[in-house]
Design a protein around this ligand. Structure first.
Ligand SMILES: [Zn+2]
Length: 120
């Protein structure tokens, strides 16, 4: 089995608020940048680890949405969005061995999470 890595970078537009936060407590929007890196087995039938378009579509499901409505994210900070996306992408395909998601709500502010997380 050959392992390879695919990366997808893009943006989506979504709103959120952070309950009780002094600066981010009111509903507001960002153009979020994302960077997804997936390592997994190259499927011998497709020649792919994953289809780039499938990864893009999965992340960009957030486009135009309010992230607080995705209950399993929890508090929709960029950290929790990374964890939600990485975990969901990892669960979507058992041949993935590592999924890293980086999210930025604004230039210079980046969060990242790598599945599997050795602390869990
Ligand atoms: Zn915000």
């Amino acid at each position: 089995m050959a392992l390879a890595t695919v990366q997808v970078t893009g943006q989506f537009y979504a709103s959120h608020w952070l309950p009780g936060h002094p600066r981010c407590g009111e509903l507001h929007s960002h153009i979020w940048s994302y960077h997804v890196t997936i390592t997994g087995e190259v499927n011998p039938e497709t020649g792919m680890v994953a289809d780039f378009h499938d990864i893009k579509d999965r992340v960009e499901e957030f486009n135009g949405k309010t992230l607080n409505n995705f209950e399993s994210i929890g508090i929709p900070t960029s950290e929790n969005i990374c964890i939600y996306l990485a975990t969901n992408l990892a669960w979507s395909n058992p041949t993935f061995t590592e999924v890293e998601v980086q999210i930025s709500e604004k230039e210079g502010y980046v969060s990242a999470y790598t599945w599997p997380n050795k602390e869990e």
